[in-house]
Design a protein around this ligand. Structure first.
Ligand code: ADP
Ligand code: MG
Length: 319
C-alpha cells in the first residue's frame, strides 16, 4: 500500500462532513470558511508512545485520545471545534493498527462535528500530532488571564483517576483488574468538556483544561492573571474509585498534581456563580467549587482542618 492509498483508505473524509469545508484532504491545502463575526482558535498536541500513552495502549484509544486532548484545548477557550489536521509518523504499514486508530479518531471527531481536512504522513518512530481549529464569536474566547480576586474556582468532573491508572500500570499501586478497567478507561478515553466550555462563555472569567495536573494548570491561570488562590483539598472531586484509593493521601497529591484529567478548571465572579453552576448541571456534568482567587500570587492548599499542604506545582515537563 502506497502513502496515498493509506491516506485514501484511512483518513479521507473522516469526522463530520461540514459545509464550511470547501476543500478537504487531497489538495495542497485545505480550504475552510470561518463564520463572519467569529475568531479562529488554533491548537496542536502531539502524542509520543511511552511518554503520552503506555506502550500497550489499544490503537483505537490512541486515536480517541489524540482527538480528545486537542478538543480539550478548544473546550477551554469556550470555542466550537471545527477542523483538524493529522500529522502521522509510523514505524511501518500496519493495517490493523491504522484501522483501530482511524476508528478512535473518527468516532470522537464525528461526535464533536469536527472534519479531518488534511495532514502529513511519514515513516519513523510512532508519533501522532494533531492541529485543531475552532471558532468563537468575536472577543468571547475564555482566556487564562481573566481571573480576579474574589472569583470562585471550579473544576468539572473528577480528578486523579488517570494518574491512578498510570500508578497501577507502573506498579506503584495494587488494584484488582475490574477496578483497574474503570480508571484505565479514564486514562485512555478522556471526554473533552466541549459543551461545558461553550456554556461558560460570558460567565467564566478564565478557563484552562487540566492536562498536566490541577495545581500546574491552575498555576498558569494565576500567573497569567497576576493573582493567587486558595484551594480546599477536601473539595477536590473524586470518583468512587478515587475516593477509595486516594482517601489515605492527605495532600490529595494525585488529584492535585496527577495529569491527564482533561477536565476544565475555571473561575467565575461571585455574581455569575449560580448561573454557571446551573449551566453545567443542565449538561449533566459535575461541577465542584474548590477554592477562591486571591490578591497576591501563588497557590495555597489547605485540608479540612485548616492545615496547609505544599504541592508539587510543576506538572509534567519534557525538558
Ligand atoms: P503535499 O506533498 O503536497 O504536502 P501530501 O502528499 O503530503 O501533500 O498529502 C496529500 C494530501 O493528503 C493533502 O491534502 C494532505 O493534507 C493529506 N494528508 C496527508 N497525510 C494525511 C493524514 N495522515 N491525514 C489526513 N490527511 C492527510
Ligand atoms: Mg504536505
Amino acid at each position: 500500500m502506497s502513502e496515498f492509498e493509506l491516506i485514501n483508505q484511512w483518513f479521507m473524509g473522516k469526522g463530520s462532513k461540514r459545509p464550511d469545508v470547501l476543500t478537504g484532504v487531497g489538495d495542497d491545502c485545505a480550504i475552510t470558511r470561518v463564520e463572519p463575526g467569529c475568531d479562529l482558535v488554533v491548537s496542536s498536541d502531539t502524542l509520543v508512545e511511552g511518554v503520552h500513552f503506555p506502550v500497550d495502549t489499544a490503537p483505537e484509544a490512541i486515536g480517541h485520545k489524540l482527538m480528545a486532548v486537542n478538543l480539550s484545548d478548544v473546550a477551554s477557550m469556550g470555542a466550537e471545534p471545527c477542523w483538524a489536521n493529522l500529522c502521522l509518523t509510523l514505524p511501518r504499514m500496519d493495517s490493523d493498527w491504522l484501522a483501530g486508530f482511524a476508528r478512535g479518531l473518527d468516532g470522537l471527531a464525528t461526535e464533536h462535528q469536527v472534519s479531518l481536512i488534511g495532514g502529513d504522513t511519514t515513516r519513523g518512530p510512532l508519533t501522532l500530532s494533531l492541529t485543531i481549529q475552532g471558532q468563537v464569536p468575536h472577543g468571547q474566547a475564555l482566556m487564562r488571564s481573566g481571573a480576579r480576586p474574589g472569583d470562585r474556582i471550579y473544576v468539572t468532573g473528577n480528578l486523579g483517576d488517570a494518574a491512578l491508572a498510570l500508578a497501577v500500570i507502573n506498579g506503584l499501586v495494587p488494584m484488582d483488574p475490574h477496578t483497574f478497567d474503570v480508571v484505565r478507561e479514564r486514562l485512555d478515553r478522556p471526554q473533552p468538556r466541549v459543551a461545558a466550555g461553550r456554556a461558560l462563555r460570558g460567565l467564566a472569567s478564565s478557563c484552562v483544561d487540566v492536562s498536566d495536573g490541577l495545581a500546574a494548570d491552575l498555576g498558569h491561570v494565576l500567573d497569567a492573571s497576576c493573582v493567587g488562590a486558595i484551594i480546599h483539598l477536601d473539595a477536590l472531586p473524586l470518583s468512587d474509585v478515587g475516593a477509595e484509593y486516594l482517601a489515605s493521601d492527605p495532600g490529595r497529591a494525585m488529584a492535585l498534581s496527577g495529569g491527564d484529567d482533561y477536565e476544565l478548571c475555571f473561575t467565575v465572579p461571585e455574581a455569575a456563580a449560580f448561573e454557571a453552576e446551573e449551566a453545567l448541571t443542565c449538561l449533566g456534568l459535575r461541577c465542584s467549587w474548590i477554592g477562591k482567587v486571591e490578591a497576591g500570587s501563588g497557590l495555597r492548599c489547605i485540608d479540612a482542618s485548616g492545615k496547609r499542604h505544599d504541592v508539587a506545582q510543576a506538572g509534567y515537563e519534557h525538558f
